[in-house]
Write a protein that binds this ligand. Structure first.
Ligand SMILES: [Zn+2]
Ligand SMILES: [Zn+2]
Length: 336
């Protein structure tokens, strides 16, 4: 099969021929149809000490068609379409007890959506209804990221909510926050580029983060936010989120910032602000997203700003490192 292989920061992904994966007794093998390019893929190949290893095939936002079924697998057959949690846990630790396999310290990655075929343990697969499009299937993961964050926020009905950022994590967070109990939801970002998208996803207002942002956000929300989702992941954003939060506010850091982010604890303390760090998700998140998509509650494709053929993946991947106007780019591996 062909796969786009990572060989270290500073080098573009290389399309190479690899051995076709074979299913173990409890695995299925899928032919990957669609895979999204995620900010994490770009970040973890950029040489800042959190990179994927040499030889890795990335791609964790995938959907595909089952082409082989392991001897002990029940409930799957050739032709089924699936997406999957991109990690398989040890099954014994606290993270696994929560179903959050990506947090398991002995997890094996189930990534490789940037390859034509992929071995997926059946226990982390999520079967999608036959009427699902593969493009939608590859969007289950990004929507699950937002859902997991919103779950951890435990929103109370009518809470005032601020989402910092306007990338796909922010957009899916807005979507779930509005549907799962949030009152007014305001999106705030440096660039107004995705303001329309934020409003379409359910935000009541969009604020540009500038000098008067604290006041403008509070005006748009009718008071300081009860909950602030930090979805940018750049240094300084956590402190900014704490500044926005009202008394007894809850700040959730979804941005996965890998550099130090200074904040003044006393400032947070004077407002009794709580800070959480949601990372990962569970199978139940994937299933709920798929159910909501099926119910027609989500028009997930609005996130997709372009679809590129597999051969163009390495060059597009490098272009996305710079300033660009994309939200979600999907790679089409099956020519559809
Ligand atoms: Zn992702
Ligand atoms: Zn575990």
């Amino acid at each position: 099969m062909k796969a786009a292989v990572f060989h270290g920061a500073g080098k573009p992904l290389a399309i190479e021929k690899l051995e076709d994966p074979k299913p173990g007794p409890s695995d299925v093998v899928i032919k990957v149809h669609r895979c999204g390019i995620c900010g994490t893929d770009l970040h973890m190949t950029s040489g800042h000490g959190w990179d994927f290893p040499d030889g890795a095939v990335l791609g964790h936002e995938y959907a595909g068609e089952v082409v082989e079924v392991g001897s002990q697998v029940e409930g799957y057959k050739k032709g089924d379409i699936i997406t999957a949690l991109p990690a398989e846990g040890c099954g014994h630790c606290a993270a696994c007890a929560h179903g959050n396999f990506p947090l398991c310290h002995n997890a094996h990655g189930v990534m490789g959506g940037f390859g034509e075929y992929l071995r997926v343990p059946a226990k982390v697969a999520v079967k999608l209804p036959a009427i699902f499009s593969l493009a939608d299937g590859a969007l289950v993961e990004p929507f699950a990221v937002g859902l997991h964050g919103v779950r951890m926020a435990a929103i109370k009905p009518g809470d005032r909510i601020l989402v910092l950022g306007a990338g796909s994590v922010a957009l899916t967070t807005i979507f779930w926050a509005k549907r799962l109990g949030g009152g007014r939801v305001v999106a705030a970002s440096r660039s107004p580029r995705r303001a329309d998208m934020a409003l379409k996803m359910g935000a009541d207002a969009f604020v540009r983060t500038e000098e008067n942002e604290i006041q403008e956000v509070a005006e748009a929300l009718g008071g300081a936010p009860d909950i602030v989702f930090e979805c940018v992941g750049a240094a300084g954003l956590l402190a900014q989120a704490v500044q926005h939060a009202g008394l007894y506010g809850h700040v959730l850091s979804l941005g996965f910032c890998t550099s130090p982010d200074a904040l003044i604890p006393a400032l947070a303390g004077m407002k009794a602000v709580r800070i959480s760090f949601p990372v990962g998700y569970a199978l139940r998140d994937f299933r709920y997203v798929a159910d909501m998509m099926l119910a027609g509650d989500i028009d997930p494709k609005m996130l997709i700003t372009s679809v590129v053929p597999f051969d163009e993946l390495p060059s597009v991947f490098e272009k996305l490192r710079g300033p660009n106007t994309q939200t979600k780019v999907q790679v089409s591996l099956a020519g559809i």
